[in-house]
Design a protein around this ligand. Structure first.
Ligand SMILES: [Zn+2]
Length: 61
């Protein structure tokens, strides 16, 4: 997927900025603690694959 898309795409819940995890093919919203998977270049915004995460998996601090 084009990097440009990830810069303009917004969270469907809070319209905040999403964080792209290239190696995991997922987008994260830190505010909602939600992750949105990408399957075959399709970003999944609804359904069972969208899950709430307790913590951002790549958060360092
Ligand atoms: Zn959000």
């Amino acid at each position: 997927m084009d990097d440009f898309l990830f810069k303009i795409i917004a969270c469907p819940i809070c319209t905040g900025k999403l964080i792209y995890s290239r190696n995991r093919s997922e987008l994260f919203c830190k505010k909602d603690n939600m992750k949105f998977p990408i399957r075959e270049n399709i970003l999944i915004f609804t359904g069972d694959d969208v899950v709430k995460i307790s913590r951002h998996p790549e958060e360092k601090d």
